[in-house]
Design a protein around this ligand. Structure first.
Ligand SMILES: C[S@@+](CC[C@H](N)C(=O)[O-])C[C@H]1O[C@@H](n2cnc3c(N)ncnc32)[C@H](O)[C@@H]1O
Length: 314
């Protein structure tokens, strides 16, 4: 088995100077006049939709401290703190540019900030949080890319990789490395293990999923493969990989967490009006708004969320 580590750390630390190249669902719902808001049954921002959804699953009255990792522009946390001013929040981000944006967005809300790669933060610094959030960023964490050998891949590097795979295979009974063509979301698995071992009671994660499926009722409007194998997404200055959520779910279950998983469409209810249906049925969009709506619909079925709640199933 040979793997090359795909890391986005350098890009985020040194090159990133805009999120415009990477329009997250959270960002696409931000402008009040966004066509994406109009494509929903209620025209709210992403954070408001998510908070309303999570509050039916998580007892927010019991939550005091919340940690968001990789919070981009800070919109999601702004919404959470506006809806629940009792929350104490901390933001950790690897990007100095985006951490500054978060400071601007959240300046009046008493938030703590830390510039760090979340994978280097120790579990001891995480156990104090009641809720941890990672939205649309698991794919930024390192991926083991199958069948690519880098010339400078030292033996030590290979040993480290194989050691990690053996750890996950043994501890969580996973088949990592058996399919030699399958890329491995090693960073996403590490962060799930770290957050669960820190004992954080509630964890929310989301990302593009390689296991997402188009529901039957949406098939006239949307199609994408559900390969089950992390797929590469090429973006400005870096590459990301879709996430194999079933492995993350298995790790969390074995660490005694209950899990709930689904598509963004569960909390972003669509308004399938005639205008939207027309945009979705076209093979080529006639205007920018149609293109934005088509991308948005793809995203809300391609993105999955995973909610972890400490404590075994009863
Ligand atoms: C695609 S953006 C998502 C931003 C935001 N959560 C949203 O939904 O709009 C990825 C975010 O994760 C951060 N990030 C990427 N890798 C990280 C790492 N290893 N540790 C901490 N933050 C990271 C980026 O700087 C950025 O804020």
């Amino acid at each position: 088995m040979k793997y090359f580590i795909n890391s986005t750390a350098d890009y985020h630390q040194h090159d990133l100077n805009s999120l415009g190249w990477e329009l997250t669902v959270c960002n696409s719902l931000e402008p009040l006049n966004s066509p994406c808001r109009k494509a929903l049954t209620s025209p709210y921002s992403f954070g408001k939709h998510l908070y309303n959804f999570l509050s039916k699953i998580i007892p927010f009255n019991d939550i005091r401290s919340v940690l968001e990792m990789g919070g981009g522009m800070g919109y999601l946390m702004r919404d959470f703190l506006t809806l629940n001013p009792k929350l104490r929040a901390k933001m950790i981000d690897i990007s100095p540019y985006l951490l500054d944006k978060q400071k601007e967005m959240l300046q009046s809300l008493g938030v703590d900030f830390e510039l760090a790669d979340i994978l280097t933060v120790s579990s001891n610094d995480l156990f104090c949080f009641d809720l941890a959030i990672m939205n649309e960023n698991l794919g930024d964490l390192p991926t083991l890319v199958a069948e690519q050998i880098e010339e400078n891949n030292s033996d030590q590097n290979t040993n480290n990789i194989l050691g990690k795979l053996e750890h996950f295979n043994k501890k969580y009974n996973l088949p990592l490395g058996l399919n030699e063509k399958e890329h491995i979301n090693i960073g996403a698995m590490e962060i799930v293990e770290k957050l669960c071992l820190a004992g954080i009671k509630y964890i929310y994660l989301s990302e593009h999923s390689c296991e997402a499926v188009v529901p039957e009722e949406m098939k006239p409007y949307l199609s994408f493969p559900s390969s089950g194998i992390p797929e590469m997404i090429s973006l400005k200055g870096h590459k990301e990989f879709t996430i194999k959520f079933s492995y993350l779910q298995k790790i969390a279950k074995m660490l005694h967490y209950k899990t709930r998983r689904g598509a963004f469409a569960d909390f972003l209810p669509l308004n399938l009006n005639d205008k939207v249906k027309t945009a979705l049925r076209l093979t080529t969009s006639f205007n920018d708004e149609q293109e934005i709506v088509r991308q948005f619909f793809y995203d809300i079925y391609k993105y999955e969320y995973l909610i972890l709640i400490k404590g075994d199933e009863k």
